[in-house]
Design a protein around this ligand. Sequence first.
Ligand code: MN
Length: 242
Amino acid sequence: MKRTLVIGDIHGGYNALIQVLDRAQITSNDTLIFLGDYVDGWSDSPQVISYLISLKETHDCIFLKGNHDQLCLDWLLTKKDNPKWLLHGGKSTIDGYNKLTTDEIKLHIEFYECLKDFYIDTQNRLFLHAGFTNLKGPEQEYFPRMCYWDRTLWETALALDPRIAKDDPLYPKRLLLYPEVYIGHTPVTRIGKTIPVQATCVWNIDTGAAFKGPITAMDIDSKQFWQSDPVYILYPEERGRN
Ligand SMILES: [Mn+2]
């Protein structure tokens, strides 16, 4: 059977990533779409990246870019301090990278540089880390980094009054472009959930791995999903981004 699995935010939780892919019983027939934010949070950020690099040798993988991945790449390239990044999980990533060799880091930089802002499959389903703001879609985005920073798409979808019909001029144009949009970035734990949440056409797969939630992998055709244990349980000595 050929499945397409979408995997939400990981945030350095290597142990939980292994657990969820094991529970989903992935095979080399599966296509794996990773929604980004591989790093920052738990102490295994470089291990996550090394694992993803090896995974693409055996599986069809699509790797999207998260805001944390971009912040990490910026640091790897410039070594410039970013106090805000340090506060939001960057410190653990720097500590992790200090244990890697120059050659390993070079491979990681190549990985980060190949991450996609967005991906649209043959059924016009859209995948991206955060959202987009242009009413015509992410291809027209004036600031491409919104693909990995935006929260307005998700807020719009969540707040939409269900009485507004799709042909109503008030219906948000951004929610009419794709039959399904898969995002991470804004943890559903913020609205008290720990499983994927659908609002209109938008599916949010970020189940709060950086905080008190698990990592989630979902089969986008059947909507069946698998989850790791809450990641913090697998890192009992750490505080993550809490
Ligand atoms: Mn994010």
